[in-house]
Design a protein around this ligand. Structure first.
Ligand SMILES: [Zn+2]
Length: 218
C-alpha cells in the first residue's frame, strides 16, 4: 500500500513521547507509575508507544508521508496473561493535502480483512486520544463466534483491535506543518494482541518465555 517502514529509538525524550503528541503535562500516562523514566535523566524515558516516531519522521521529512513504525514499547504494568512491561506496537500514519477519514477506513479495512479474513466486519467506535481528533477505537466482528456473542468477546460480538483517528492539528503545529494545508490519519495496535486473536493464544507471556515448543509453531 506504499507505506515506508521507519524505526526509532526505544529511549525517547519527554517531548517526542508526550508533549509533541499533544499529551498535556497533567495527563495520567505521564505519571511515573505509568512510564519508565530513566533515573538520572528525568527528561528521558523508555517510550510507552511507537507514536514518538511520528514526531521524528514528520520533523525530518515533508508531506506526503505514508509510514509504518514497528517496535518495542514499555509500560510498568504488572505482568499477567494480558499485560507485559514490554510489548510490540505497529503504528501507521499518512499525511497529505487531502487525506480523509475515508482513507483511514479504507486502509484499516484492507488490513483487517487481510489478517482476519474477508468475511469479517469492522466498526469505528468513538473514543478520545490526545493526538487525534476525531478519534476512534476499531472493532472487528468476533472471529470466534462471528458476532453472535461468546466468552472471548465478552458476549458483545465485537473485538477491539486498535486505536485510530485524524492527526490533531496541534501535532502538526508541533512539527512545523501547516494544519490548514495538511490533514492525516494515524493508527496504532499491539502486535501481540493481534497475534493472540488470530491464533487463539490466551497468555501474552508465552511470546517472551522462550519456550521453543510454543515459538516453533510459527
Ligand atoms: Zn465472540
Amino acid at each position: 500500500m506504499g507505506f515506508s517502514i521507519v524505526e526509532g529509538p526505544e529511549i525517547e525524550t519527554e517531548f517526542n513521547n508526550f508533549t509533541g503528541l499533544n499529551i498535556p503535562l497533567d495527563h495520567p500516562s505521564r505519571d511515573a507509575f505509568d512510564t519508565f523514566y530513566l533515573k538520572d535523566y528525568s527528561k528521558l524515558l523508555l517510550r510507552s508507544h511507537t507514536s514518538p516516531v511520528q514526531i521524528r519522521a514528520m520533523k525530518s521529512r515533508k508531506p506526503p508521508l505514508a509510514i509504518v513504525v514497528p517496535g518495542r514499547v514499555y509500560r510498568p504494568d504488572a505482568v499477567d496473561a494480558s499485560h507485559s512491561f514490554m510489548f510490540h506496537q505497529i503504528e501507521g500514519f499518512m499525511v497529505g493535502e487531502n487525506i480523509t477519514l475515508g482513507d483511514l477506513k479504507g486502509v484499516l479495512e484492507f488490513f483487517a480483512k487481510g489478517i482476519f479474513g474477508q468475511d469479517i466486519k469492522m466498526r469505528f467506535r468513538p473514543h478520545f486520544f490526545p493526538f487525534t481528533e476525531p478519534s476512534a477505537e476499531v472493532d472487528i466482528s468476533c472471529i470466534i463466534c462471528k458476532g453472535k456473542g461468546c466468552s472471548v468477546c465478552g458476549r458483545k460480538g465485537w473485538l477491539e483491535v486498535l486505536g485510530s483517528g485524524m492527526i490533531h492539528p496541534n501535532v502538526f503545529k508541533n512539527v512545523g506543518y501547516d494544519p490548514k494545508k495538511y490533514t492525516g490519519f494515524a493508527f496504532g495496535m499491539g502486535v501481540e494482541r493481534i497475534a493472540m486473536l488470530k491464533y487463539g493464544i490466551n497468555d501474552i507471556r508465552l511470546f517472551f518465555e522462550n519456550d521453543l515448543r510454543f515459538l516453533n509453531q510459527f
